[in-house]
Ligand binder design. Structure first.
Ligand code: AMP
Length: 219
């Protein structure tokens, strides 16, 4: 894929596996659009739109937002984009119905998913990565297991109390991991049977994972 115009890559993987970090970097370095439905939903929540309001209770509970809502959101978002530009999807599709809808939308633009990278790491690691996350109001992110602040519960820079997001609470994280296994893992077979799935070990250093991801998507 030397000429990557219009290439479509899907990042698949459990919550906490690093799809966001890797997706942002892939987009930035290849000049592709990075489309994260989680980010689009969080932006809608911050803007206080009806969509944001509807999504909130699902997100806080760690459940999936209904397929029709997500599919409309993605369709609208893609509609405003240049189909000649590469795109990396992160956190979408999350169900077989969403994957089928994506195939339909892309077909309408004369393109298709070119590769799906399945990022993999053991569930206990993912559980600690997400449930241990704390952030300062200024945006600095800590992890109580891997990167704790000096004083428990407070930002090293500003002394402000750290925030533990509703969807990062242990019970909600358990739900999110279970939702991946039940609703999203069937996509592994969906893309594998189409010859599009590449597995990427995602437990190591961010740079190593990125290199493996680039190789996996043929860049
Ligand atoms: P993420 O940042 O990708 O982990 O998404 C955060 C939350 O947004 C998820 O736990 C879901 O509640 C919701 N969400 C994001 N993307 C989707 C999607 N493709 N389908 C359904 N719900 C989604």
């Amino acid at each position: 894929m030397v000429n990557s115009a219009g290439t479509v890559v899907v990042l698949l993987g459990s919550p906490g596996v690093g799809k966001g970090t890797q997706g942002v970097r892939l987009g930035r370095e290849l000049g592709w659009a990075h489309v994260s439905t989680g980010d689009l939903l969080r932006a809608a929540r911050r803007a206080g739109t009806p969509l944001g309001h509807e999504a909130q209770r699902y997100m806080d509970a760690g459940e999936l937002v209904p397929d029709d809502v997500i599919i409309d959101l993605v369709r609208e978002h893609l509609g405003g984009m240049d189909p000649g530009r590469g795109v990396v999807f992160d956190g979408f599709p999350r169900t077989v119905a969403q994957a089928e809808a994506l195939d339909g939308v892309l077909a309408g633009e004369g393109r298709a998913v070119n590769a799906t990278a399945l990022l993999e790491a053991p569930e206990p690691v993912l559980f600690r990565r997400i449930s241990g996350r704390r952030s300062s109001p200024g945006g600095r992110v800590y992890n109580v297991y891997f990167d704790p602040p000096e004083r428990d519960g407070f930002c090293d820079d500003t002394g402000e109390p750290l925030i533990h997001r509703a969807d990062d609470q242990p019970e909600t994280v358990r739900t999110r991991l279970a939702v991946f296994r039940e609703a999203t893992a069937p996509l592994i077979g969906y893309y594998e049977s189409r010859g599009l799935l590449v597995r990427v070990a995602a437990e190591g250093h961010i740079d190593q994972v990125y290199a493996a991801l680039l190789a996996a998507v043929g860049e």
